[in-house]
Design a binder for this molecule. Sequence first.
Ligand SMILES: Cc1cc2nc3c(=O)[nH]c(=O)nc-3n(C[C@H](O)[C@H](O)[C@H](O)COP(=O)(O)OP(=O)(O)OC[C@H]3O[C@@H](n4cnc5c(N)ncnc54)[C@H](O)[C@@H]3O)c2cc1C
Length: 403
Amino acid sequence: MSLHFGNLLWPGTYAEPVHYPILDSHKKTRVVIIGGGMSGTLCGYTLAKSGIDTILIEQNTVGSGSTSANTGILQYSNDKMLSDFANSIGEQKAVMFYKACRQAAEHIHIIAEGMSRNVDFKRRSSLYYASTPTDVPTLRQEYEMLHRNGFDADWWEEDQIAMNFPFRKAAAIVTRGDGEINPFLFAQALTEEGHQSGLEVYEKTAMLSVRPSAGGYTVSTSGGEIATEHVIYAVGYVPEQTGRQWAAQINRSYSIVTEPMPSLSDWHERFLLWETSRPYLYLRTTTDNRIIVGGLDENIRQPVLSQQELHAHSLRLLSELHHLFPAITPEIRYEWCATFGESKDGLPWLGEDPIHPGIHYCLAYGGNGTIYSMLAAEIFRDHLLGKFNPIASIVRPDREIVH
Ligand SMILES: Cc1cc2nc3c(=O)[nH]c(=O)nc-3n(C[C@H](O)[C@H](O)[C@H](O)COP(=O)(O)OP(=O)(O)OC[C@H]3O[C@@H](n4cnc5c(N)ncnc54)[C@H](O)[C@@H]3O)c2cc1C
């Protein structure tokens, strides 16, 4: 089953990516990562930089799964607000988790800024606005919790929003410390730099089975077999590949990208825009002056399969954009529909299987999957280096799901 349908923006920005061989012999290593998307490549890069022997296998090509459909927003705030997490897991753990996400965002920024390849990374602030006036009290509560816990956030009233944007909303939170990136280029660059640090990468190499064997596991692939101590499943929105059941909600989401705009002068500091409604609308700009709009999530796993149905949704996204920015008349250049996964408690599943030591899951489900992938990479690295990671217990795969 395909993970996306339509005309994607990112793959065309790197027309001739580096390709890696097909595995055709038997190998031995300490870690095998299954999946070469954002999750697998961030893990591979991080482990290789820490000197841990790792092989990454990808059944297609690096970044060709959901990573190509990702809209590239790097936001530490989650789909689930800090105050909602405080209600479900307690304020202390919720704040710890949000702070870990903020730190993971900063770690991605540092990696992206230090890369030899340009990955279209920019530091940005976010405007999280009340979709309707009735959302203002909840939004205010969120702001107060962020502010009280030391997050760099401001409260904007209606007039301040209207002074900086061509639209009026009853209130908004402005957060700093976010960013935007080209996720396809980033996954490619992570793989290239990981490879230079010793990461072995095999494309067109599918995991067929994982079975226990002396000293760990044997991963059988469409090429050779790999003997390993640890396996990391970074298989994206096909959780069945792990051989386990997950309380995942697999949906589909829509995105459009405009032609480059002559001017974006009434878009204050190119803020990342999103809102309190669920599902939410979100917008960003690109370094070549395009606008990306995403949203309209539907509770259906399979992406649409007809251009007509896709375009009907694209026109709805365009009309939302026009509603916010009436003076601009953009044309749609790219449009797609993609599978998108969430967990029922808003947390990703990252960490070791409690029954099968050495088997690890990297299911970075949620709107800020890239941030969750960074958390995962650091949790796995710390585990393999024998270091304590304070977030590991919050996102562990066998946690009780509290809504
Ligand atoms: C429309 C959309 C917009 C999004 N926007 C954002 C955003 O703005 N910011 C953000 O942080 N996140 C965003 N996300 C989420 C983000 O895309 C995902 O978290 C991330 O791309 C998932 O990466 P992944 O590596 O887990 O999955 P994938 O990119 O799908 O990678 C998994 C890989 O595993 C491979 N694989 C699977 N099974 C096997 C096997 N048996 N053997 C070998 N390989 C296998 C697949 O081929 C695939 O390449 C968005 C997602 C979507 C769909």
